[in-house]
Design a protein around this ligand. Structure first.
Ligand SMILES: N[C@@H](CCC(=O)N[C@@H](CS)C(=O)NCC(=O)O)C(=O)O
Length: 232
């Protein structure tokens, strides 16, 4: 049995961590049996980040290595009949969303004062009272340090969102009028593309990223298509 260790669900999403949600979408796309276990403290994870999985006696961390492991061990091929070039372009979209757009998304949740109260309530509202005063600011301080080291928060707010909005526009151009990111059938990379876009589109906060996706009909239709296909 496969166990996916991830944060508690939040924002009405399967997971508010797009990396955790990516793995869960993949498990559903591959029609695999799995269970989930909530861990809210990432220091308990092998790499200090979530998600990780256990599969029989193996523990695998990092969404990319988890999916690679599942594909090899369980002989899954979601990319059948899709040209290599289309798969490669879809893979590049995933890297863009994970390594670039992700920081704009993270900024909107953790740093932007307009949306932080919603994040705080959603992520930490269930903690017992004394911890509700301590844990959110400790966790926020950690994210602030990460996003500053990575560089995104050194820009002004307008530019920070511009970084993410440009990525949304690129994803929309590459999706074009296809149903899925690499064409007319789903491929492995749809798990991440959907998870990262859904994490801006579906939560209640009207962030500039959400507003941008909402103005982009092919991405809204794509997210709705993925959601009804795998999470109905
Ligand atoms: N490369 C990793 C990234 C995972 C990641 O960044 N997870 C975040 C949540 S979205 C995390 O657990 N962060 C905790 C921390 O940095 O302390 C993957 O693909 O799984």
């Amino acid at each position: 049995m496969i166990t996916l260790f991830q944060y508690q669900p939040a924002f009405g999403l399967p997971n508010a961590s797009p990396f955790c949600m990516k793995v869960e979408v993949f498990l559903k796309m591959a029609n695999m049996d799995y269970k989930t276990k909530v861990i809210n403290d990432p220091s308990k994870a092998p790499n200090g980040k979530l998600p990780f999985i256990s599969d029989d006696n193996e523990t695998i961390a990092d969404s990319a290595f988890i999916i690679q492991h599942l594909i090899l061990k369980h002989k899954i091929d979601l990319n059948q009949d899709i040209p290599d070039r289309d798969i490669a372009i879809a893979g590049a979209v995933v890297k863009m969303l994970e390594e670039h757009y992700y920081w704009s998304l993270t900024y909107s949740r953790w740093i932007d004062e307009r949306y932080w109260p919603t994040t705080k309530k959603s992520f930490f509202g269930g903690l017992p009272l004394p911890l509700q005063f301590i844990i959110p600011s400790v966790a926020r301080g950690k994210v602030k340090a990460q996003i500053f080291q990575q560089g995104t928060s050194r820009h002004n707010v307008e530019k920070i969102y511009q970084l993410g909005i440009d990525d949304i526009d690129t994803a929309s151009t590459i999706l074009a009028d296809n149903d899925f990111i690499a064409g007319s059938t789903p491929c492995v990379h749809d798990a991440a593309v959907y998870a990262f876009l859904a994490n801006a589109l579906y939560p209640e906060s009207n962030t500039p990223l959400k507003e941008c996706i909402k103005r982009t009909p092919n991405l809204v239709a794509y997210c709705d298509r993925m959601r009804s296909r795998y999470f109905s």
